[in-house]
Design a protein around this ligand. Sequence first.
Ligand SMILES: Cc1ncc(COP(=O)(O)O)c(C=O)c1O
Length: 384
Amino acid sequence: MRLQDLSAALLELDASHRLRQRATLESPQGVEIVVDGEEYLSFASNDYLGLADHPSLVRALQQGADRWGAGSGASHLLTGHSRAHHEAEEELARFVGREAALLFGSGYAANLAVITSLVGRGDAVFADKLNHASLNDGCLLSRADFQRFRHNDLDHLEQLLSASRAGTKLIAVDAVYSMDGDEAPLPALLALAERFDAWLYVDDAHGFGVLGHGRGALAEHDLSSERLIYMATLGKAAGLAGAFVAGARPLVEWLLNRGRTYVFSTAQPPALAAAVPASLRLIADGEDRRERLARLVARCRERLAGSRFSSGASRTPIQPFIIGSDARAMKLAHGLRQQGYWVPAIRPPTVPENGARLRISLSARHEPAQLDALLDAMLLLAEA
Ligand SMILES: Cc1ncc(COP(=O)(O)O)c(C=O)c1O
């Protein structure tokens, strides 16, 4: 697009309620946030355990910066790989029970690296229809045959796998779907991967820290296999930033050699890596937080059960409040904001057409009364 086309396209986005704008926080991430001088009760972060401003993490980052400086200065394969990164990788691998792990600057980068380095022309990727955009982008970039199966539909996946003559096959799923909060049937998916000799790539961005006593979706289902590739982000429940991929050692060695977003990108600041062990300790000791969260999830589900706004499919901290039209979702989000609640309206293309929704994201730091007040306000506005 040329520059003169952009203004018109932006106006069109605005007219169709699809213009995106950023909220600029004037407070740390948390349940109570300040935007443009106004205080809001936020149900809008992925900070599920409420760790993003935890004093131990802040201290670990500060100590990391004191010890390692500010920037890594180079990619991992040059001189950007510090002892702090190395130890974080070893702890992460141990924590999720895999042979080895590799740190990435973001989950987006990790997804691109894994998919593009394992499959190419003549291969095939099988992706759930509701997968995160970064998985889809990895599939497109890989040049492998990109096949999408209906959401959580094992029969459809089986049909596609059995019809495929591809060399290498890779099944890619979100463990917890980011806009619906429901989960992938991982044991059955692994059984299919075994049967059709495929990799199973699990993006656990929203399960790590929450499911499996914090150790993630594979721990939740007690799954182990050399064909499993595990990815989790560190910017959500872990309270930091970045991501890691964990699996068999040769897989990690391969990614280190051929993962383009790993090879051609500067390593994340070592101070961040130095804070990873502190985050893992908080997650491991976070049973109270997870129990609080589970109680909030149950309360939210109970309130929305039977209402036309909930699919009832999510037992995770992501609770969608389905509206349908973009304009109505925006109006509702705006109405809530005027009452002091920050709940994001999620519109296409992030969700399917006519699937606009408010995405309630719960944190262990929400009080039950705060959730009740939000749901009262939401239901009142939505029914009006
Ligand atoms: C399912 C899923 N995968 C990957 C990502 C990307 O991770 P990151 O934010 O670390 O790039 C996200 C969200 O950000 C996500 O929701």
